[in-house]
Design a protein around this ligand. Structure first.
Ligand SMILES: *Cc1c(COP(=O)(O)O)cnc(C)c1O
Length: 371
């Protein structure tokens, strides 16, 4: 049996440190915001290479508050890919704005700059590149388009903690970068948490205000806000786990190389490409195959964990029906939804487990080529 993700194994080496950190928070009596959250924000901003980080309640909230802080309003249009977690679109809709989808590149699954350009209208205000699976979107091309049309760029870096684009960290590339610390992410809390990073002091200040009920002073509410504060317990846990993040990302890259070596000799299977100018962090390790059903069956039989990210593109989700889309509008995203399959990927995975997974894939999909 190989799990899809093994959080118990992941936490085992730092268990004592996590328990001590939780004890300290318990003794401090401060649980919502406070100095531990500020300490985490300082270290996470440093990690991302930005001036500011603002801790919030989740990645979804990070996206929503970042869009609000960047001035996204009802009637605005925001461009995003259809092959992402629904939170990216929810954040746009809860601002009262309209999500406008642009199709993605077949090999990388990341936003296609030409499709973005074609989706721009007079109402477009912002663009959300999603650094899906831990690889950065083509930011130079996207930023050039954004600059030419006066659009803001807000990164969905929820799957890309520590990923780099041309030497710069994900989250530091646009006006604001949004992170989730959901337990299964590369940097995960023991519960829900998120953050927005930015170099823009006004954006940081607006999010600090919005996450605390729009207060300018205690019980003086300047703006309509929300309760979006980060838990001190989660901040204390994240501070400890942040120290190991780079080493864990290295391990993920090494596992990805191991997968790639073994998969290259198997027909009918194509690993998702990582763009050349990106240092990926492999939040997930998806392959593309027309034999997904047979492979799913074999993986289930061998009790090998797997996932599908994502089975239904956003434009075909019933929850977003009011946007009025039909099947066939975003053919690449639709094809990928039918063919992607995520294999086990986490720092604690080992070589023999990867060999076992690839053995099952080979038995189902190949036709081995002569060496
Ligand atoms: C996880 C994720 C989110 C949402 O984060 P939560 O912390 O679960 O709210 C948003 N976008 C993407 C791409 C994600 O993977």
């Amino acid at each position: 049996m190989i799990p899809f993700l093994d959080l118990c194994a992941h936490h085992a080496p730092v268990r004592d440190g996590l328990c001590r950190a939780m004890s300290r928070v318990l003794d401090s009596g401060q649980f919502a915001g406070g100095p531990v959250v500020e300490d985490f924000e300082k270290h996470f901003a440093q990690f991302c290479g930005t001036q500011h980080a603002v801790g919030v309640g989740s990645g979804t909230e990070a996206l929503w508050l970042a869009l609000l802080a960047c001035g996204i309003q009802p009637g605005d249009e925001v461009i995003l890919p259809p092959n992402t977690f629904i939170a990216t679109a929810e954040a746009v809709l809860w601002c009262g704005a309209r999500p406008v989808f642009a199709d993605v590149d077949e090999r990388t699954c990341l936003l296609d700059p030409a499709a973005v350009e074609a989706a721009i209208t007079s109402r477009t205000r912002a663009l959300i590149p999603v650094h899906l699976f831990g690889s950065t979107a083509p930011m130079d091309e996207l930023q050039e388009i954004a600059a030419r049309h006066g659009l803001q760029v807000i990164e969905d870096a929820c799957q890309a903690h520590g990923a780099e684009y041309r030497g710069r960290r994900a989250g530091s590339l646009g006006r604001a970068g949004c992170f989730s610390f959901y337990p299964g992410k590369n940097l995960g809390a023991l519960g829900e948490a998120g953050a927005v990073v930015t170099d823009d002091p006004e954006v940081a200040e607006r999010i600090r205000c919005l996450r605390d009920h729009g207060q300018s002073a205690k019980y003086h509410h300047q703006h309509l806000g929300w309760n979006g504060r980060m838990d001190a317990l989660q901040a204390a846990i994240l501070l400890i786990k942040l120290r190991r993040l780079s080493a864990c990302n290295q391990l993920r890259r090494s596992h990805a190389r191991c997968y790639l070596r073994q998969l290259q000799s198997i027909d009918n299977v194509r690993p998702v490409d990582c763009p050349a100018d990106c240092l990926p962090v492999h939040h997930l390790f998806p392959i593309c195959t027309a034999r997904r059903e047979a492979l799913l069956k074999a993986l289930r039989r061998r009790r090998i964990g797997h996932g599908i990210h994502y089975p239904v593109p956003l434009h075909l989700q019933p929850a977003l029906e009011s946007l009025g889309h039909r099947a066939g509008e975003f053919p690449v995203a639709e094809r990928l939804a039918g063919q992607l399959l995520s294999l086990p990927m986490y720092p604690e995975l080992n070589q023999s487990q990867i060999e076992e997974v690839c053995g099952v894939i080979s038995a189902v999909c190949a036709h081995r080529r002569a060496a």
